[in-house]
Design a protein around this ligand. Structure first.
Ligand code: F0G
Length: 436
């Protein structure tokens, strides 16, 4: 077998077959991770192979995930793969956003350019491949919206049944719309993300459904390619920092694992520092980091943020995330609702745009720069996790001065751009144009 599942807990480290249907260690309950040996081929050969595959039209090579398959060799047969050409997302220079963030330069790795509009697609193609390899007929997840949109798309493409569980009334409309359009059985539960996750884990075990939340180690394997592709695009020049939003903390776990494995394979010489940004009202990982304790993480009982994607109070992957923050000498920061909203508008004005959770990155960068924890000349990559159109309601409210924070306080429309209603009258419209 190419690899095995290993318990993440250093005190346990039990090993299981790569084809066992497990989300936690049956012995100690710890998180699981995929481990491979021997390490992949030599670095120059890999770089060359990956470059050459960009010219290939074969679906596997054209995928921005499977192009890098040597780094996630858990399949013994690639016929299980369903690809929607995920990954292949751009690295965009954003000088105006850099200036706002107090930096000389800033690059956005924009995962919103994925087929379902978020970074979840990188992980989902891998998770669904594993589901097919195992012969699973139904997949399920609980989601703040993007995981469900992505899972619904990949399950539909693979011809397997998708069941999604979402917190009733608390997901952005664009995401719910996707799940419906892709044909997933959609269950809106009157509970929050953390409560629903506990429920779904029980159901998955009882009903033989394959769980595709980020506790699924194969999702993490797929999300590693976000870092691999970013470094490939930069000619393997390691940035000083990689900044990303944190919710359930699967993504930072994937990034850290990828970077350590790339270093082991000789593809990079050092690790970038990872900076995870949480929303103030849903920041249990920030609290843990600030306390300098090894854990356990103390959940936030009633997490609140308008960035609904990261409205999570009990992030499952915190032990992995903490390891990666420590390994990379990284940090965790939290940001206010107003700062997320304004940073989001600044990213929009750069012609780029993103959903609210993604904008926590720039808000965090600005805060860290102001505090002197990021230097102006440092080389920073921020990961924008979701597409602008995921949450149009938030955008309209912000620009028209109608956006209230979760406590009901009105947020300032600092960079507002209100539409103007005009009569059908060329003279009056010409006057508006002159005035503006
Ligand atoms: N950004 C976006 C747009 C997300 O959808 C999520 C997570 C995150 C950031 C946080 O990533 O959980 O790996 O730390 N969304 C999940 C979902 C929880 O259900 O779609 P994380």
């Amino acid at each position: 077998m190419p690899g095995s599942l290993v318990c993440f807990d250093p005190a346990c480290r039990r090993r299981f077959s790569i084809t066992d249907v497990l989300y936690n260690c049956p012995a100690c309950g710890g998180l699981l991770e995929a481990e491979y040996s021997p390490p992949p081929a030599d670095a120059p050969a890999l770089r060359k192979t990956w470059r050459e595959r960009r010219l290939s039209e074969s679906p596997l090579d054209a995928s921005g995930v499977w192009r890098y398959r040597e780094m996630l060799p858990f399949l013994d047969d690639y016929s299980a793969v369903v690809t929607l050409r995920e990954g292949n997302t751009p690295l965009l220079d954003a000088p105006a956003a850099a200036a706002y963030g107090g930096l000389d330069g800033l690059q956005f790795k924009h995962q919103g350019y994925n087929p379902s509009g978020s970074f979840k697609d990188n992980g989902m193609t891998a998770g669904v491949a594993q589901a097919r390899r195992l012969g699973m007929r139904t997949v399920a997840c609980v989601s703040t919206g993007n995981t469900s949109a992505s899972m619904a798309a990949y399950a539909a493409a693979a011809g397997i049944k998708a069941v999604i569980f979402i917190p009733h009334g608390n997901i952005a409309y664009g995401k719910l719309a996707q799940a419906l359009e892709y044909g997933a059985l959609t269950i809106q539960v009157e509970a929050n993300f953390d409560q629903i996750l506990a429920l779904v884990r029980e159901l998955a075990e009882r009903e033989g459904i394959y769980l595709l939340n980020s506790v699924n180690p194969f999702r993490i394997e797929g999300q590693k390619t976000i870092m691999i592709e970013m470094l490939d695009q930069r000619g393997w020049k390691t940035p000083d920092w990689v900044v990303l939003p944190g919710g359930n903390l699967g993504n930072v776990s994937a990034f850290g694992k990828a970077l350590r494995e790339l270093r082991e394979a000789g593809l990079i010489a050092r690790l970038p520092r990872l900076a995870v940004i949480q929303a103030e009202g849903a920041a249990p990982f920030y609290d843990l980091f600030r306390s300098a304790a090894e854990g356990p993480l103390r959940p936030v009982g009633d997490p609140q943020t308008l960035a609904t994607a990261i409205r999570i109070g009990a992030p499952v992957s915190w032990p992995k995330a903490l390891r990666e923050i420590r390994a990379s000498v990284g940090l965790v920061e939290s940001v206010a609702e107003q700062d997320i909203a304004d940073a989001k508008a600044v990213i929009g004005r750069a012609g780029i745009g993103c959903e609210p959770a993604s904008a926590a990155t720039l808000a965090g960068i600005r805060k860290l720069s102001a505090a002197g924890r990021l230097r102006r000349d440092e080389d920073v990559v921020a990961v924008l996790t979701g597409h602008l159109l995921k949450d149009p309601d938030y955008i309209h409210r912000y620009h028209t001065g109608q956006l209230d924070d979760p406590g009901g306080a009105r947020l300032a429309s600092t960079f507002g751009n209100r539409p103007i209603v005009a009569p059908n009258d060329p003279a009056r419209i010409a006057a508006i144009l002159r005035e503006k």
